[in-house]
Design a protein around this ligand. Structure first.
Ligand code: PHB
Length: 389
């Protein structure tokens, strides 16, 4: 062997040696999410939730110490998300892919999970079909059909008969629209009109005017929380829909705890269906909120994405305990399937057939409690599976 190839061979052995030593002691989790741009709070909430779990439970599970490798998709950028996932696997040698606030980023990454045989833990993205895109996807957040179905039932039971639907024109919005229309019509309701607003830079005024002109009893809404939900509520208020007697009904994405204060008093009285409320009354939620604030030193109120980040990390920890620290995708998926956890949101489990979450969906109303705007739960639908499957 020439000296240079001996050197190369030595480097290779060193690299392999370092790799396997690392593999023995640590588990690397690639956190791929939105940390800048209009959806920056999504990644922040998810990652803050994950760190909160570690703060409360330590960083070693099944004998392996958890390390995070964080990657910023900067928004809804499927090509970038896919490349970041590939880099995470090939360059950073992550064992698990996690995060995913937005559906397009999760959909683009699923084939990477399949090819690389890595577990992929979805901590928000909520379009029903995501779990079908790879056998290694498991979801600890929610699906839009799951959160929508109880809203349709509640509206029918409460005498609402004519509804206008307005959703964001991509996966979760289409899922919400389809489920709401199906359930509402099956219960005898009438859909007066359905509109979809663009995911990028929507202008709500013309859609809100159309809703007013069609004179429904309520508008059913799904919008991704943040600047869009703030703009929608502002338009609803300015165009006098409340005064015209047109109610809002929605999934809790609209009255997200993280942006509720920014939307202010016009949200008072809005009824939504959702799986997590900051105001959920349980010891687990109180401990979660206290630790979230201590861990992250932030004024951002933990929301459903933070809760799913926390639960996603809990599921990874429990799976590692079951596999004795192995991150083999088949072993980890076997551990996830049928898993039960007590989440800050209430009891949750992973459906062994679909790898999707089963959970209680609550009906809530926005109220001011101790000076804070919160979603107060007043009814619930236990053990809801994704009806989209
Ligand atoms: C999604 O892109 O899947 C998504 C984003 C925000 C939500 C729900 C779903 O509140």
């Amino acid at each position: 062997m020439k000296p240079r190839s001996i050197l190369a061979a030595a480097c290779l052995v060193l690299a392999l040696g370092a790799g396997s030593a690392a593999a023995q002691g640590t588990v690397k989790i690639g956190v791929i999410a939105e940390f800048t741009g209009p959806f920056a709070d999504y990644g922040t909430q998810i990652y803050n939730g994950m760190k909160t779990y570690i703060k409360l439970n330590g960083d070693t599970f099944g004998g392996k110490k958890v390390e995070f490798v964080v990657k910023d998709t900067t928004g809804a950028s499927p090509e970038l998300a896919k490349r970041l996932a590939q880099d995470a696997v090939t360059l950073d040698k992550v064992d698990i892919l996690a995060g995913f606030g937005l559906t397009p980023n999760a959909l683009a990454t699923a084939p990477v999970a399949t090819e690389a045989k890595k577990p992929m833990v979805v901590m928000n993205a909520a379009t029903s079909v995501i779990t079908k895109q790879s056998p290694y996807v498991v979801r600890l957040s929610h699906t839009l059909p799951q959160d929508t179905m109880p809203m349709a039932q509640w509206a029918l039971k409460n005498g609402i008969k004519r509804v206008f639907t307005l959703v964001s024109d991509y996966g979760p919005g289409k899922d919400a629209e389809t489920e709401f229309i199906k359930d509402f019509k099956a219960g005898g309701g009438t859909i007066v009109e359905s509109v979809r607003t663009p995911l990028a830079n929507p202008e709500f005024a013309p859609f809100i005017q159309r809703a007013k002109d069609s004179n429904p009893e309520a508008i059913f809404v799904f919008l991704p929380p943040g600047s869009q939900t703030i703009a929608f509520i502002k338009g609803y208020e300015e165009r006098g829909l409340k005064q015209a007697g047109i109610k809002i009904i929605a999934t809790g994405d609209l009255t997200d705890d993280g942006v509720l204060e920014a939307m202010g008093d016009p949200t008072l009285g809005i009824v939504t269906s959702f799986h997590y409320s900051y105001a959920h009354d349980s010891p687990e939620n109180k401990a979660f909120i206290k630790s979230y604030v201590e861990t992250n030193g932030t004024r951002l109120r933990p929301n459903f994405m933070a809760c799913a980040g926390y639960d996603g990390m809990a599921a990874i920890a429990e799976a590692l305990k079951k596999t004795g620290g192995s991150t083999d995708a088949d072993k980890m998926l076997a551990a996830f399937k049928g898993m039960h956890l007590t989440s800050p949101r209430g009891p949750i489990s992973i459906d062994p057939e679909t790898r999707d979450i089963v959970q209680t969906v609550y009906i809530r109303r926005v109220e001011r409690v101790n000076g804070q705007l919160v979603n107060v739960e007043f009814d619930k639908f236990p053990n809801v599976k994704d009806p989209g499957k």
